[in-house]
Design a protein around this ligand. Sequence first.
Ligand SMILES: [Ca+2]
Length: 197
Amino acid sequence: MSTFRTTIERLALPLGLPLLILLGLGGCFENSRIARNVGVDNNGGFELGSPGKPTNWNVYHKGLRGKKAELLLDREEFREGTQSLKFVVTSCESRGGWESPGVFQEVDVEPNSMYRVSYWLKNNQCRFHVNVNSIKEGAPRQAVQVLSEAGVGEEWAEYSSLCSTKDGETQIRFELNITGPGILWLDGVVVQEVEGN
Ligand SMILES: [Ca+2]
C-alpha cells in the first residue's frame, strides 16, 4: 500500500514555466477513460477534510484568495463515497502553477514499476489541466500534462494515465490546476501498481 508523504509547494511549477506536454518524456503515457470501482487511498476520494483543506492534499492557497475561487467538499455531486472536491472559480490567474487554484498530492511508490493513476472528473466551463509525473528526490521535476478541459465533459467520467518509474524515482505526483473560471469536481483519485510489468 502506498503511503502519502506531505510536502509543501517546494516542487510547484515556477511561474511562467511552460508545461511540458511530452508524453513519454517523464515515463507517462496513455490517456483514456476506463470504468471500474475506485477506492479512497490517500483520501483520493476527498471523504476527509474541511472546505479549503482536504486531508492529505496540498492546496495552492494563493489561487483561492480574495473569494474569487473556493475549494469545497460537495455532498450532493460526487462519484464515490459521500462527497467530492469542488472548485468554484469566478476568476483566476491563467498561467497555472501555485498562483492559480489547484491541488496536488505526492504518493510514495517503488522505482522501476508501472502505475495507473485514475480519477473522476466533471466540468462546467473551467479551463484546467492535470499533470501526472514520477519524481526522483533532488532531481528537477518535469510536469507531464495528461489531460485538459478539451477532453472532459459535463458528466462524471473516469480518466487514467499510466506512469512508469525509473531508477531512484520513489513518488508519483498528481496535480490539478484551474486556469479559467467555472465549476469543476474531482473524485476518486487512485494510484495503483499495474501487475505484470
Ligand atoms: Ca468521494
